[in-house]
Design a protein around this ligand. Structure first.
Ligand code: SAH
Length: 509
């Protein structure tokens, strides 16, 4: 096997996608997913992980409604064919590819066919799902060994030796056991484990709808049935289950069980979504716009060509930084294009985008609104300064007007456009029925667009609360008859996420 492929030759990466939480994909896996030309994936690969792929060709080969889309031999053939067409293929499997993932069979087939491949291990659900339920698979106080075993055996395969397992292993993790829980519990009881032996089932581990049922070997089957537990789920049997009383960290997070709709165009890995997720929220990504380059970039091009002739350059948003630098870099330039100028930004996120490109902003206003930036700039400007402001097509022109009124030479340059996208009907339904706890707004335009898509604020359930990043966004929301429950004092993504967490705190019982 060789290392990474030379351009043009086919290569297959057998990548573990992790158990579901996109944050648990490995760095190596994420890189391959971003650069592969074809992604071949299974049922248990989460949408959020798949969303990181840039490949247009995505082939689903998992099970649907009981039947396999492709059988194993067809999958093997598909991988070999794609490689022989010279493709970089990401073969994406839930959890780890070699833990009940048939990754071994695929690797052997590729090797036999002379196809170059690499195995990228993943975080297996056998360890991660218990961990997200506060159950360590080993612990000095309770367990010195763990086994990962399947409940699914064909009659032609040797049976699982439950008696030896029960005798020799402190923690037993059973995969593919959701529908066979009674048989698993029965086998373990017969193998000599006490009826009072602790057991747990973790359904959809690490995902927003994770559920955990805890009990004993005697009670777990009934409890899981009452809760309607289904696949995918892992079963954990052992004294470690009791440690969850003190370790369960997931349900202590401030936004555990709270659903938040994010209307920014930021993809599944965006700053607001990730921050809310890390606070425990179930994030419903619902972009109302996509940020795209201008259809005609000639004006922007001219402005960028003359950028160095200005005393001050103002970036109104991180997207403005992205698109302006896109042009500078396309023309073979770099940050030195701005060397003669001083630079101001509207907010911290915009400042961060600039720093990534090697520029420290000279001015970030105290409050991240046009009024505050205008005031701060006016204090600094010498009379008759030349200023260029890069913003969105059709964005606010308050800053340009105020600076112009003060006698400065100002040009406002559109750098990108916001294009409305249709709101997913499932999200519309969730908003109507009260299935959304919060809507987080980061701009006036997203408020306007969401309300329009819904046909008015009256179509949002009274249970849903609205949070805004700052007063301008809140004023727009109120003008459209939305009741604003929370406005972030700190007009940043971090501030907005914290505000939602503060307002969501359940009363102490
Ligand atoms: N290779 C995978 C396992 C594939 S077998 C891994 O390493 O995780 C499929 C089984 O994995 C399911 O029946 C279930 O038992 C388990 N599983 C996968 N994802 C899961 C999840 N998010 N939560 C709970 N169990 C999961």
């Amino acid at each position: 096997m060789t290392a990474d492929p030379a351009a043009g030759s086919g290569f297959v990466y057998l990548v573990g996608a992790g158990p579901g939480d996109p944050g648990l994909l490995t760095v190596r896996g994420a890189k391959i997913l971003r650069t592969a030309e074809v992604v071949v994936y299974d049922r248990l690969v989460s949408d959020d992980v798949l969303a990181m792929a840039t490949a247009r060709r995505r082939i689903y080969v998992g099970k649907s409604k009981g039947s396999q889309a492709l059988d194993q031999e067809e999958i093997n053939r598909l991988l070999v064919n794609l490689a022989s067409e010279g493709r970089r293929v990401c073969r994406l499997k839930g959890g780890d590819p070699f833990v009940f993932g048939r990754g071994g069979e695929e690797a052997a087939h590729l090797a036999g066919a002379g196809v170059d491949f690499e195995v990228v291990p993943g975080v297996t659900s056998a360890i991660a799902a218990p961990a997200y339920a506060g159950i360590p698979v080993t612990d000095r106080r309770a367990s010195a060994s763990f086994a990962c075993v399947t409940a699914h055996r064909r009659p032609s395969q040797p049976p699982i030796d439950w008696t030896s397992l029960a005798r020799s292993c402190d923690t037993i993790v059973v995969l593919m056991g959701a529908s066979r829980l009674d048989r698993v519990a029965g086998e373990l009881a017969e193998a000599g484990l006490e009826a009072s032996h602790p057991a747990a089932v973790v359904e959809s581990g690490t995902l927003p709808d994770q559920r955990v049922i805890r009990g004993t070997l005697a009670s777990i089957v009934r409890k899981a049935a009452e809760a309607g537990i289904g696949s995918p789920a892992v079963v954990v049997v052992g004294n470690v289950v009791n440690l969850a009383d003190s370790i369960d960290w997931i349900s202590r997070r401030p936004l555990h069980g709270v659903s938040v709709m994010v209307t920014r165009d930021e993809g599944s890995r965006g700053a607001l979504s990730s921050r809310l997720r890390s606070l425990g929220a179930h994030v419903l990504g619902t972009p109302t716009i996509r940020i795209l380059p201008l259809e005609d970039e000639s004006g922007l091009h001219n402005a960028v060509a003359g950028i160095g002739s200005h005393d001050w350059v103002v970036f109104a948003s991180a997207s403005a930084v992205v698109h302006v630098f896109g042009i500078i870099e396309r023309d073979g330039g770099d940050a030195r294009a701005l060397a003669p100028c001083r630079v101001a930004v509207m907010g911290r996120g915009t400042g961060a985008a600039l720093r990534e490109r090697g520029i420290l902003p000279d001015l970030i206003p105290e409050s991240y609104v046009s009024e505050s930036l205008a005031k701060a700039l006016l204090e600094k400007l010498e009379s008759g300064s030349r200023i260029v402001i890069f913003g969105a097509l059709g964005g606010r022109d308050l800053l340009a007007r105020e600076l112009g009124a003060a006698g400065h030479d100002v040009s406002l340059v559109s750098s990108y456009r916001n294009v409305p996208v249709a709101v997913d009907p499932k999200r519309v339904e969730a908003l109507k029925s009260g299935g959304v706890d919060w809507i987080a707004f980061t701009s006036s335009s997203s408020v306007t667009r969401l309300v329009k898509a819904l046909g008015g604020a009256g179509n949002i359930s009274a249970k849903t609360r609205v949070a805004c990043i700052g007063p301008t966004t809140a004023a727009t929301a109120e003008a459209l008859d939305l009741r604003v429950a929370a406005v972030s004092e700190d007009h940043t993504i971090e501030g907005l996420a914290r505000t939602i967490a503060q307002f969501s705190k359940r009363p102490v019982e």
